[in-house]
Design a binder for this molecule. Structure first.
Ligand code: SIN
Length: 515
């Protein structure tokens, strides 16, 4: 299948930009700010700038800027966490260029938290051998960063923004990208001609029953890139954050208890109050995420409980209120005072390490199609991402993609207009998208979670393939249709990739050696 749209799609307007960025999280906004101001740039967001995984990011941004830190030490922790599956050149770029992007954020007025001397306050997270993570608003780093960047974006004459705009398709031919087709909230379809499309659509949380990702994380950019013929890689490497706030009434998008809580002394205990990560890994609660997530799943398997606890009651209430205002208040709304009560937690889908394959400048194999942030596979994360490297990756590789476009932008658009009449027709139809999405979420949560096995993955693949076939055989111009098609496309791709990797590595853990 090449397109989600069909010959029947009524395109009501066509316009033209030098650069189109799909996604308004950190990667998208920072890429836009790095686009040459002589180029017209359009940012598209499915909702608004306050609806992205970046906005929700709590912990912070890892970068080697503490006085006793070096890019080499950061690189070593990144590669240990990534189980050595990392692209070393990409990691080296990340850790060496990252500190100057943090300086840029300071200049753009991101209000990082500072200590009593006015220096950055550094926190620690899993897999880091030192305090390396800068943060803002206590535990609201994403929100504070996006707010600051959104303000600068609004003042840039060359940047336009279109919210409530859903990507349907990337239009490309053998010569490269020609444009994108989007659906606006009022159901109009527009065609945007461009030579440069940057996919910064974030992750795939909505493939799972519960995720820390926002409800818009349906893998739209990844699925549209697959339809356009881009390659994806490492897509079986999915990070399950060990400590989502456990909620019996899970609704798909769940609250995260930041790893920084463990970085500041929080302990993981079972319902008997016993620590269970000691002895599993030398860093105990602060081991890399995949190890802690498996530690919890195994502990729950033994006890038969649905959740473990983080205990941070050793810290004074005033400290917790100031350092973790978001977590403190959200937990209070569940009747949990984190200064006095243990916090019930369980592993939850959090992050996609792989994605659309790119080189070190965000270029995909389709000329003019770029990807950055969580949607991309630059190779920096290997088989498991080191905590707080995600925002750093958005900065470094979002900027590099923009710099590449600035350097090689080929001037006015010369390709012919895309003709919708050339597309094959598909019969109009309607399916129960809510039900199909739920079925995929159940299958992915049961068979493609923290611990996987061959038989489970085969069952998932069989059933998801059937759903995918039903979806691709019809055409419907609703957002629900394209989102469900995207979820099915990406889920199928993930399970196929997982089946091709029988060995356990990093976040991809196969029982019985994949047999
Ligand atoms: C967290 O705050 O624990 C999440 C940060 C990240 O995903 O790196």
């Amino acid at each position: 299948m090449n397109y989600a749209i069909s010959r029947d799609t009524k395109i009501t307007k066509t316009y033209e930009y030098d650069v189109v960025i799909v996604g308004a999280g950190l990667a998208g906004l920072y890429a836009a700010l790095n686009v040459d101001e002589r180029l017209s740039c359009l940012i598209l967001a499915k909702e608004n700038m306050d609806c992205s995984s970046s906005w929700l990011a709590q912990g912070g941004i890892a970068a080697a800027i503490n006085h006793d830190d070096t890019p080499q030490l950061h690189l070593e922790d990144t590669v240990v966490a990534g189980a050595g599956e990392n692209n070393m050149e990409a990691v080296s770029i990340l850790v060496n260029e990252g500190p100057s992007d943090i300086e840029t954020l300071v200049k753009l007025n991101v209000p990082f938290d500072v200590d009593e001397y006015g220096e950055f306050h550094f926190t620690r997270e899993g897999g880091h051998n030192m305090r390396r993570v800068v943060h803002a608003g206590g535990d609201a780093t994403g929100r504070e960063t996006i707010r600051a960047l959104a303000y600068v974006v609004a003042g840039r004459e060359n940047i336009s923004f279109s919210g409530h705009t859903c990507l349907f398709d990337i239009i490309a031919d053998g010569n490269g990208v020609e444009g994108v087709v989007v659906r606006l909230f009022d159901s109009e379809f527009h065609y945007i001609k461009t030579n440069n499309v940057v996919i910064a659509t974030g992750g795939i949380g909505q493939l799972y029953k519960s995720s820390t990702n926002p409800i818009v994380a349906t893998g739209d950019g990844i699925a549209a890139s697959i339809r356009a013929g881009a390659s994806v890689s490492n897509i079986e490497f999915i990070q399950f954050h060990p400590t989502g706030l456990w909620d019996s009434a899970s609704n798909g998008s769940e609250f995260l208890i930041s790893e920084a809580v463990r970085g500041e002394g929080g302990l993981l205990v079972n319902t008997e109050g016993e620590r269970f990560m000691v002895g599993v890994h030398e860093l105990a609660e602060l081991a890399p995420r995949d190890i802690v997530a498996r530690g919890i799943v195994r502990e729950l398997g033994k006890s038969g409980e649905s959740f473990a606890y983080i205990d941070i009651t050793s810290k004074p209430e005033e400290f917790l209120k100031k350092r973790f205002p978001t977590i403190y208040n959200e937990c209070l709304s569940y009747g949990i005072n984190i200064a006095h009560d243990k916090i019930p937690v369980s592993p939850i889908q959090h992050y996609l390490m792989g994605g659309i394959e790119t080189d070190l400048n965000g270029c995909t194999k389709i000329y003019g199609l770029f990807a950055c942030g969580e949607a991309a596979n630059t190779g920096v994360h290997g088989a498991n991402r080191l905590a707080s490297n995600s925002m750093l990756e958005c900065l470094v590789f979002g900027r590099r993609a923009a710099q590449y476009i600035n350097k090689y932008h080929s001037g006015p658009i010369s390709h012919d207009d895309f003709n919708i009449e050339d597309l094959p027709p598909r019969p109009r139809g309607k399916l129960d998208y809510k039900q199909l999405r739920k079925q995929i979420q159940e299958l992915m949560s049961q068979h493609c979670f923290v611990i996987r096995n061959k038989a489970g993955l085969q069952t998932a693949l069989e059933q998801i393939s059937k759903i995918y076939s039903k979806l691709e055989s019809i055409y419907d111009d609703s957002t629900e249709y394209v989102e469900t098609l995207n979820i099915a496309t990406v889920a199928k791709t993930i399970v196929e990739a997982a089946l091709k990797r029988p060995e356990s590595i990093g976040s991809h853990y196969m029982e019985n050696k994949g047999k």
